[in-house]
Design a protein around this ligand. Structure first.
Ligand code: PAP
Length: 347
């Protein structure tokens, strides 16, 4: 059992790659002109395509609508692949770490604790995004390592047909929209360069409520995968960040079973589940990622802020809370989805 070696990830570019980007940009230029456009969060603009908002700024390092379209036409999923799908700020980094640790536990079982990739690298380096790392370096990931572990923010309506046809496993994680808003707001201000002033929370709230966020509207993204999970429960595991927080041990066991990597009784007795929970916990990962950059302009620590459920209470006014509660109740009407955690009241 092995997967992508974190140390093999390279983001180096050469001139032929730049030529390739120019070709792709040219191919989709006319289509992009027809897409509705709005002001972006970190990026200057967002473009609406197939009902969702996307970045456009083609490069191998940043998410873009062009990269998504290019991989839609070229990427070949395999039945043994695992895809981790999230909206930004819904627990991507956490689920990447947990899944990587689960499927690679045999591989690292004899290594010293400090040599585990998650104790040296950002989880984003261990599990590549289709839209960025895979788009830029496809060949790196087609090297026979199984299972291939990938992540994406692509909404269900645009999900690669190849993934849907492959019979592979998908894990989808969502989070309370109010906490997603707050997390995205802070992330945006951390990443905005000097050319753009800091975003005000009122503005973030307005945009989020109108559904304008990368890969949003939030509600449509969640609903798309929720409905898919009802139709194909063996293909997709639908999780919430709040559930995962409330009972991490059992959720980790559940994910392992779903992916076909269940913990043995002997592993449980040895405390392997607890080790993975600790290794992937906020405390451990935020410590490992205190310094350095994931990529230019994106410090590792930008992915670790509070790591809590319900931080929205410190940011949203009563009126804002009411608005988001109403939209969520309306959009999620009839869905069995809750962001409540034990004593925390989330709605
Ligand atoms: P991404 O989609 O851009 O990769 P993502 O990882 O989904 O971001 O979101 C980051 C959020 O997850 C942050 O939430 P906060 O702003 O409310 O604090 C971050 O703190 C939280 N997070 C990161 N790692 C963990 C973890 N191991 N456990 C719990 N929460 C985590």
């Amino acid at each position: 059992m092995s997967t992508i070696d974190a140390s093999s990830l390279s983001f180096a570019k050469d001139s032929s790659e730049n030529d390739n980007l120019a070709l792709i940009q040219c191919r989709y230029k006319d289509m992009l002109i027809t897409c509705p456009k709005e002001k972006g969060w970190v990026s200057e603009n967002l473009y609406m395509y197939q009902g969702f908002w996307h970045f456009s700024n083609i490069s191998y390092d940043v998410f873009s609508i062009e990269a998504m379209m290019a991989i839609q036409n070229t990427f070949q999923a395999q039945p043994t692949d695992i895809y981790l799908i999230t909206l930004p700020k819904s627990g991507t980094t956490w689920i990447k770490a947990v899944t990587y640790a689960i499927v690679n536990r045999e591989r690292y079982k004899n290594s010293t604790l400090s040599s585990h990739p998650l104790l040296a690298y950002n989880p984003h380096k261990c599990v590549p995004f289709l839209e960025t790392e895979v788009f830029g370096k496809t060949s790196v990931y087609v090297d026979g390592c199984l299972p291939r572990l990938f992540a994406t923010h692509i909404p269900y309506t645009s999900l690669l047909q190849s993934i849907l046809d492959s019979g592979c496993r998908i894990v989808y994680m969502c989070r309370n929209p109010k906490d997603v808003l707050v997390s995205l707001f802070h992330f945006t201000n951390k990443l905005r360069d000097k050319s753009r002033c800091q975003m005000a929370f009122d503005e973030a709230f307005e945009m989020f409520s109108k559904g304008i966020m990368p890969y949003g509207p939030y509600w449509d993204h969640v609903k798309g995968y929720y409905n898919f999970s009802l139709e194909h429960p063996k293909s997709i595991l639908f999780l919430t960040y709040e559930d995962m927080k409330e009972d991490t041990v059992n959720r980790v066991k559940h994910i392992a079973e779903f992916l076909g990597y269940p913990f043995t009784k002997e592993e449980e007795a040895r405390g392997v589940v607890g080790e993975i929970v600790r290794l992937c916990g906020f405390k451990s990962l935020s410590e490992v990622n205190k310094h350095g950059d994931f990529r230019e302009g994106v410090p590792n620590d930008a992915f670790f802020r509070e790591g809590k459920v319900g931080d929205w209470r410190k940011h949203l006014t009563d009126e804002m809370t009411k608005v988001l509660t109403q939209i969520t109740e309306q959009k999620f009407h009839g869905m069995d989805i809750s962001f409540e955690v034990g004593a925390h009241v989330q709605n």
